[in-house]
Design a protein around this ligand. Structure first.
Ligand SMILES: NC(=O)c1ccc[n+]([C@@H]2O[C@H](COP(=O)([O-])OP(=O)(O)OC[C@H]3O[C@@H](n4cnc5c(N)ncnc54)[C@H](OP(=O)(O)O)[C@@H]3O)[C@@H](O)[C@H]2O)c1
Length: 338
């Protein structure tokens, strides 16, 4: 098999394609010939050495794939060779062959391309956990979505549209016109505008019912302040710690120091809540996540959700894929294809 390795901590050039023998599925696993692998911001953080969940380097990152089952392990009854599937991968997704527990995989609707399928698991399940499972997003709610044009941001936008909630989205200015076409009510250029002041202004001073923040650092504090009474802030990442193509410990520490400590009594008295979400720490909840993925795929099949694929890069250009994301050029999901 061919895999994209993060050979060491560093810039995008440390990503390299290497060959290895094909893995054999263990009992309960299926083997997938991968057609498309999702690239996530966490992979960039791992390359920078800023992602504590990543295996020690060198390693093969990748949290999700779509492709065709080419072998099933002992005891697997619900998949057969030739099935088109999507799956989360506990790393190793940047490979043209992966073995995964059958419990993590899902058969794909016939009309769904492998590219769109690989764009679904991490982004949609994460957004679903925050907005549907925990956030109880409802018609008329106002939702602040940071990086609204990004992978998770696009999934969040589609969930909000489905539920009839209004989205206030932050993004680089070049993405605003397309975001507005997609129904974002207010776009904020976080690099030239104060998103807290803007959010307060466009909500008549009230604030938002839900805020989704994976920027981190000072942003968590401001998103919390942007909440209306009974508002909920979901913290789920820290993109702000990635200050360049190489790790800057000074930049990362600055971001960590800027993070607020939330105190129970003020939270109680302001009727606001904060909750963390990390899909990468829910591997023991496979059945529950599979149920959520099933609901998402049904909504994709019915046309309610339509995963936005930004660009696909061949394995050899994986470094360019990381650079593309870090240069804030992506609108939607970035994928690798073997
Ligand atoms: N906890 C979880 O389970 C979980 C799951 C998935 C993702 N996440 C987190 O959610 C965030 C989004 O993930 P994603 O994979 O969907 O990526 P993404 O949003 O597509 O990330 C790239 C976009 O983020 C924006 N951005 C903000 N700060 C940035 C920075 N310092 N460097 C580069 N880009 C920056 C840029 O868009 P604009 O400039 O247009 O805003 C860029 O185009 C990440 O922090 C990720 O770690 C967490």
């Amino acid at each position: 098999m061919r895999q994209v390795w993060i050979t060491k901590r560093g810039g995008p050039e440390v990503l390299q394609v290497r060959e290895a023998p094909d893995p054999e599925p263990k009992p309960g696993e299926i083997r997938i010939r991968v057609a498309a692998s999702g690239v996530n911001f966490a992979d960039v953080m791992a390359r920078l050495g800023l992602y504590p969940d990543a295996p020690p380097l060198p390693t093969v990152m990748g949290y999700e794939v779509a492709g065709t089952v080419d072998r099933v392990g002992a005891g697997v009854t619900d998949f057969r060779e030739g099935d088109r599937v999507g799956s989360t991968t506990r790393f190793g997704g940047y490979s043209d062959v992966v073995c995964v527990p059958a419990a993590q995989a899902q058969r794909l609707p016939d009309a769904l391309s492998f590219e769109k399928a690989a764009a679904i698991p991490v982004n949609y399940i994460t957004a679903w956990l925050m907005l549907v499972t925990l956030g109880n997003v409802r018609e008329g709610d106002r939702v602040l979505v940071h990086a609204a044009a990004g992978g998770v941001g696009q999934a969040a936008l589609q969930i909000c549209r489905w539920k009839g909630a209004e989205v206030i989205g932050t993004a680089s200015a070049s993405k605003h016109a397309r975001l507005r076409e997609m129904g974002v009510a207010h776009c904020i250029d976080y690099r030239t505008q104060d998103f807290l002041a803007e959010t307060k202004r466009v909500t008549g001073g009230r604030g938002v019912d839900i805020a989704l923040d994976a920027v981190g650092g000072e942003s968590f504090r401001k998103s919390y302040r942007a909440l209306a009474p009974l508002g909920r802030l979901y913290v789920f990442g820290a993109s702000a710690l990635a200050t360049g193509k190489r790790r800057s410990l000074v930049g990362a520490v600055r971001g960590l120091i800027a993070m607020p400590a939330f105190r129970p009594l003020p939270m109680m008295n302001s009727n606001r809540g904060v909750q963390g979400v990390n899909l990468g720490h829910l591997w023991n909840e496979a059945a529950r996540l599979k149920g959520i993925m099933g609901e998402i795929l049904a909504l994709v099949a019915g046309g309610t959700f339509d995963p936005v694929v930004d660009r696909t890069f061949p394995f050899e250009k994986a470094g360019d894929a990381h650079a593309w994301i870090q240069d804030r050029k992506n609108f939607g999901k970035v994928l690798l294809t073997p």
